[in-house]
Every structure is written in C-alpha cells, then in structure tokens.
Design a protein around this ligand. Structure first.
Ligand SMILES: Cc1cc2nc3c(=O)[nH]c(=O)nc-3n(C[C@H](O)[C@H](O)[C@H](O)COP(=O)(O)OP(=O)(O)OC[C@H]3O[C@@H](n4cnc5c(N)ncnc54)[C@H](O)[C@@H]3O)c2cc1C
Length: 340
C-alpha cells in the first residue's frame, strides 16, 4: 500500500492530482484485503490496470486505487477447432495476443480471434470494460467468460459473455447500474483455427499488398497490425496520450442522410469517423493549451506540455466546438476520468 501517489504516474495521459492510497493487487487475497481496508475506512475504490484509458483530474482521488498486477496465462481447454485461453486480468493484453498467435493448434501455429487487437496497450482485465476493438475485431467477438470479484455479494463469480451487455466501447462495467460492482479477475477467450478473411481494413490490405503477403496466419496479421500501429500511434512509454481521445459517432438513418448531404462520409452502419471530422475541421497537428492533435492520427490527443486536467478540458472544449461549428456533430470523449 502506497500513500499520496500522483495519478499522473499511474495513467498514460500523465495528468491529475494525488490518490490517497494505492494498493497493488498481485492475487485474489490481496484483492479481498484491499476491499476490506476500503470498507473499514469508508473509502471509495477505483480499479486501474495500465491507466491507458483513464484520465486523472486535478482534485485527485480521496480513496483506494486497486492497481491490478495479477498475472498469468493458461490454456483452459481445446478441441480440433477451438481453444479456450484464460489470462489473469493484470496480464498485459499484448502478451495474451502474442501467446494466442504462437500456440500450436495441431496443424500449424496460431489461433485467430484477437490477433488484430495487437499492441492495444493495457491489461487483459480492462479489455471487456470498453470492449476494445481495432482493425475489424472486438474482444467481445472472442470472449467466452469473465471471472469477477462481486463487491456487492463479496464473492468470486463467473459471468458469461451474454451477461456483459457488450456494444461499441461499452459493457455493464462502464454503463448502467453495475458500474464499480465487479473487479474482473480473469478473462477467458475462445479462439478459432479458422484464419481471418477479407475484406480487411484498407490500411491492413494495403500492407499485405505492399509486402506481397498471401498467407494470412494470426502471427502475420499480428505483425502487420503492430507495424501499422507503430507508424501512426504514440507509444505510451514515451509519449503521453490515451490513444483515441474521441469516439466515432453512430447516426440513425435520418441523421446519416442529412450528414451525407452536408458532404460527411457515413458508413452503411451509420458510423462517422471522428478522426475524419477532426482532420477536416483543419485541426490535425494543432496545439491547444499544451495538448496537440496528432499529425499522424487525428483522433489522438498528445499531452506535450499540459500541466493540468484544466488544460486538457480547455483543449477538449475548443476541439468539440470547432468540429460542431463546421459539421454540426458533437464529439464525445472515449477515456473515462477519475477524481473530483
Ligand atoms: C496509444 C494507445 C492506443 C490505443 N488503442 C486502442 C484501440 O485500438 N482500441 C481500443 O479499444 N482502445 C485503445 N486504447 C485504449 C486502451 O488501451 C484500452 O481501453 C485498454 O483496454 C485499457 O487498458 P488499461 O489496463 O490501461 O485500463 P485502465 O485505463 O487502467 O482502465 C480502463 C477502465 O477499465 C476499468 N478497469 C481496468 N481494469 C479492470 C478490472 N480488472 N476490472 C474491472 N474494471 C477494470 C478501470 O476502472 C477504467 O474504468 C489505446 C490507448 C493508447 C494509449
């Protein structure tokens, strides 16, 4: 247990005041003990993995941060077509992806299902929280079940995929009445021997063409995604950001038609790419109060010089207002916030 730790130290955007307590959780008994401590002292709790989707506010957090460090990966069961792999929730998500693409499947190496999620920073336990997704895959497509500590019933339980309320960047863990109820202790994914098939994302297909790749094994897709991402996304070890700062927008058919008439590209499912809006509002590369809109990926806000959450809030307001003025659509922030 550490006291008075800066939220900036625990989160990749590197902002925020002090957390009163930080408890490092290595196993289930640490977890039960930390919740017990918080209850005894009447303190709120907050779970953090890699802090890559959480922004610290300047007021800090007057409670107990549960810093998840429970590690380990094991094969839970497999048959001729599928494998189920369980990872402890503090495992690096990238390690689970690497493990799955290197596992012998009886005929060759690698199981498919999460290979396009390569290089998404953070922990396995956070993956179902916002149903992480990239390059045409979402963790929800491959989830089998999730092990949790239920703080209401004070016991460990299993939740099936159907109980998780998964949608675009959402689940029961970040929407509705159950927020804060569960600590995810482990995640089981069910992966297939069947490889991913076209159509692929444009940038992924372009990479395959450029490198003359036809053999699309999970390991090759993982490598392709890693290469593409490393060219355009900041590495949180060296550059302060939370990755995509704004969510894509989904419009109903009427609003989609109106947007198309205004020249905004809308996908068949009503999706408007938030990155397109920011770029076409002329904001790529612009600096707002020490926060820069990335030159390489307009959706990413980089903390270059911002000293406080207040600076970030001013930058966000400026970007949202400029996009609204130009396109009449309101951007919403993707990362969640802690403190205040
Ligand atoms: C450079 C960069 C690129 C990114 N690219 C993508 C991308 O392509 N696609 C994508 O979807 N996301 C992306 N992200 C966002 C982020 O990596 C993911 O949301 C990731 O899952 C967060 O993991 P974390 O361990 O850092 O979670 P944290 O930021 O620590 O936590 C995120 C939320 O999950 C909750 N939480 C964490 N662990 C648990 C647990 N064990 N039980 C219950 N709740 C928990 C936290 O309380 C918090 O609300 C990117 C971020 C960065 C910095």
């Amino acid at each position: 247990m550490r006291e008075n730790v800066s939220l900036a130290e625990l989160t990749t955007m590197r902002l925020g005041g002090l957390a009163r307590y930080v408890a490092e959780i290595d196993n289930e008994s640490d977890l039960v003990e930390a919740y017990h401590f918080a209850r005894e002292n009447n303190l709120p709790t907050y779970i953090l993995g890699g802090g890559s989707n959480v922004i610290g506010r300047d007021e800090g957090f007057a409670g107990v941060i549960l810093l998840n460090r429970m590690k380990g990966i094991s094969v839970f069961e497999s048959d001729a077509e599928k494998v189920r792999i369980t990872a402890q929730s503090g495992t690096r998500f990238g390690d689970l992806v690497e493990f799955s693409t290197k596992l012998w499947n009886g005929d060759s190496f690698g199981y498919s299902g999460i290979e396009a999620l390569a290089e998404i920073p953070g922990s396995v336990g956070a993956a179902p929280v916002q149903n992480i997704g990239a390059y045409g895959q979402e963790i929800g497509d491959s989830l089998y079940r999730v092990g949790v500590y239920d703080t209401r019933e004070q016991r460990f339980r299993q939740l099936t995929k159907a109980q998780l309320g998964l949608g675009y960047r959402r689940s029961i863990f970040n929407h509705g009445a159950e927020i804060g109820r569960y600590f995810i202790t482990n995640v089981t994914v069910e992966l297939s021997k069947k490889w991913m098939e076209p159509p692929f994302y444009n940038s992924l297909q372009a990479y395959f063409n450029e490198h003359n790749i036809a053999d699309l094994t999970p390991a090759i897709i993982r490598k392709a995604v890693s290469d593409i991402r490393s060219r355009k996304l900041p590495d949180p070890r060296w550059v302060a950001s939370s990755g995509s700062f704004f969510k894509n927008i989904y419009l109903d058919p009427e609003a989609a038609e109106a947007a198309r008439e205004r020249g905004i590209p809308v996908f068949d499912n009503g999706k408007v790419a938030a990155g397109w809006l920011i770029e076409n509002a002329g904001l790529k590369g612009c600096d707002f109060y020490g926060m820069r809109v990335s030159e390489d990926a307009a959706l990413v806000l980089i903390n270059e010089r911002a000293k406080s959450y207040a600076d970030l809030a001013r930058a966000r307001a400026a970007i949202v207002a400029q996009v609204y003025d130009k396109f009449g659509l309101t951007l919403e922030q993707e990362p969640v916030e802690i403190g205040g």
